[in-house]
Every structure is written in C-alpha cells, then in structure tokens.
Design a binder for this molecule. Structure first.
Ligand SMILES: Cc1ncc(COP(=O)(O)O)c(C=O)c1O
Length: 369
C-alpha cells in the first residue's frame, strides 16, 4: 500500500515529533474509485443538497457490498441516511427505544458512546466485559441480563469491537439478541468496522440473525477513510421502525453530505479490491504488533480479530496514554474514557506503513518496558 500522511486530524493534532497512533484514521490514502467519483462530483459542481439519486445509488451499492462480503441480503429501501454513525445511534435511541429507558454499554468501548447516550437524555448502565482464558474480551451476558432486568431496553453492540478488536460470532451475538428480546429490548448494532476483519474471522451482521430486534448503524467511513464526508447508514429491517423513522426524518432533515453519499457509493460498489489490499497490509502490521506486545511483562494483549486497532492493558504505569505521549512521544488512545475498567488500557492504531509502525512500537516498548 502506498502511504500518505496528508496532515488531517491524525497527523496535525500533536507536535511534529509525536508519532500518531491515536484517532481511527488510516494512512493509506483513498481508493482510486473514490478519488475519481469525488473529482467527477467537483467537476459537475455537485456541492448542493443531497439528492434522491445519490441516496439511491448508495443504498444499492451498500446492500450489494453487504450481500457479497457478509452474505447479508437487505432491501435497499431499508437503508436510511444519517450524517455519522454516532448521530445515527443517538437517533435510534431517541426514536426506537422506550422514552427514558437506560442504555447498556459493554466496555471497554468507543468512548464517544458515553456522551452520545447522555445527549439522548438517557442514563447508561455500564457492563464491564471480562477477558476469557486467552485474553479475549467477551460479553458478560449475566450482567447484561441484570441491566435489562433493572430497566434497560437497549444495548449498543460494538462489533467488530473498538477498542478490543474482537469480532463476535453468530452464537455470541445470537445469545445477546435472545436476552434483549426477552425484555422487549433492542440491540443497536454499530458495524462501522465490519469491512475490516482478518482471515479466520467473519463479520456477522446482527440483523441477519434477528431483523426485528436489531437496528444496524454503519458507514464506509472506517473501511475507506471517509469520516469527514458525513454519510452513515441506518439500516431498518423492521417495518414498524421504518414507519416511525419516516415520520421523524423527512429527507431534507437527515444531515447527510452529498459528497459523502457519492464517495460511499463508490467505496461500496468499486472499492473492494482496494479494501483487500488494505487488509493484506493490516495483516502484516498486526503481526508486527503481536510480535512486540505479546508476552511483554505487565502487558495483557490479545491479537485483534478485526479493526486496525490493537488494545493492551499495562500494569503498574499509572496512566499509560499520558506517559506514552510525554515520555515516548507517541500518541495513542485509551484510558478511563473507554470504560471504568479501561484506565490502564492503550489503543494503538496500526493502519500505517510498517516503518512508521515499527518506530511507534519501538517507542511504546521503550516507554512501558
Ligand atoms: C465503533 C465506532 N463507532 C463510530 C465511530 C465514529 O463514526 P462516525 O464518525 O461515523 O460517528 C467510530 C470511529 O472510530 C468507531 O470506532
């Protein structure tokens, strides 16, 4: 993969001597099909409001990709736009779960979920996830059961799971859905990392297991680096959800960006070869991370099954994120923002070239070693 450090949030936020392994952006530039589609859109002056043909083309392209890649058949008419995944999830909580009902978060998890639930005016029931014997995080179904018994009526499922890198299988997701269903609850499935799954694992769309209980929110923005263009998809596989949604969100109120629709359609329809090349690079990179972190004294790490994020917990260092920045001059994410038991966690973004990644890992190992 050719590598590109254009600045952007990841490479401009910290001082120049800091190596960036924090925000979930990749350094692999754009898929050629996306560049071409955006150039064409600029040439045609398509900077106006989103228009139906652009939304329809995206829905066709997205459902085609999900069918080919995941074996998930969805009617394109079930795909609704939202500006981004976090806003989409918030809208689902507000409109498709009982007013005032608490929301379950399985932690450690993508930290903006906490504020997002609060912005929806809901309380959070946090369920910390244990590690299994191999160090992989797993859902604590008993504690999630207790959360629903205490009044929760929805859980935001993060699968593939940022920051742990887990990719849950049919059984694990199915058990969660069964549990939510028993309480008349909903599973709101954030599948933004679905395209980024390593060999030996398979992304299972939760709605393919139960289209009535699950609401899916996803985007092309992680797989193809498009988050600045503002185009996510809320996939409503339940007829009653669609009726509520269509009342709440008339087309001009979705907040989606025209260029986002155009770029995402190109990604889903024509970006698979590029994505495959990204996965080959990420597979090489993941091996570099595993080689350096596994077995390190005081470090617990399980190789990610998906995402380009590696999560490790570090004993006896206080706040590793702060020390890595100030002493190691490497910016990672992590810490208690990801959940009450995540204070000693670091999340390393490994979507860069192997040379930069090696330098990042050198600095991490030297600082925590
Ligand atoms: C699990 C997860 N959900 C949502 C997002 C953010 O997506 P968006 O910018 O579309 O809200 C991210 C970004 O890294 C993420 O990892």
């Amino acid at each position: 993969m050719s590598v590109d450090r254009p600045g952007g949030l990841k490479w401009s936020y910290y001082d120049d001597d800091v190596l960036a392994a924090w925000v979930a952006e990749m350094d692999f530039g754009l898929a050629p099909a996306i560049t071409a589609a955006l150039h064409d859109a600029v040439d045609r002056g398509l900077t106006g409001y989103p228009y139906p043909d652009a939304g329809d083309a995206l829905a066709e392209a997205a459902t085609g990709f999900w069918a080919r890649r995941f074996g998930w058949e969805v009617d394109p008419g079930f795909v609704y736009p939202a500006p981004d995944v976090v806003t989409g999830v918030r809208r689902v909580i507000e409109h498709l779960t009982p007013p005032g009902s608490p929301v379950v978060l399985h932690t450690p998890v993508y930290f903006p979920f906490f504020d997002m639930v609060r912005m929806a005016g809901r309380s959070i029931i946090e369920v910390p996830s244990p590690r299994d014997a191999t160090g992989r995080y797993v859902l604590d179904l008993d504690a999630i059961h207790d959360a629903f018994a205490a009044g929760a009526r929805s859980i935001v499922l993060c699968n593939p799971w940022n920051p742990t890198g887990r990719v849950m299988g049919t059984e694990e997701i199915g058990d969660l859905i069964e549990l939510a269903k028993r309480f008349g609850g909903r599973v709101i499935s954030d599948e933004i990392h679905g395209p980024i799954v390593f060999d030996g694992h398979h992304h299972v769309p939760a709605a393919a297991i139960d289209p009535e209980t699950v609401v899916t929110v996803t985007a092309a923005s992680k797989g193809w680096k498009l988050p600045g263009l503002k185009a996510a998809q809320v996939v409503l596989t339940s007829e009653s959800d669609r009726a509520i949604w269509e009342e709440a969100f008339t087309p001009e109120k979705t907040g989606v960006g025209t260029f986002g629709l155009i770029a995402s359609a190109a990604a889903y329809a024509e970006g698979e070869e590029w994505l495959d090349a990204v996965m080959r690079q990420l597979t090489t990179n993941r091996a570099l991370v595993t080689e350096r972190l596994s077995g390190m004294p005081g470090v617990t790490y399980a190789e990610p099954e998906g995402t380009y994020l590696a999560w490790a917990t570090v004993e006896g260092m206080g706040d590793p994120v702060e020390r890595l920045l100030t002493e190691g001059r490497v910016a990672v994410s992590g810490g208690a923002g990801f959940g009450s038991t995540a204070g000693n966690g670091i999340r390393i973004n490994f979507a860069t070239d192997p040379e930069t990644l090696t330098a990042i890992l050198d600095r991490i190992v030297a600082t925590i070693g």
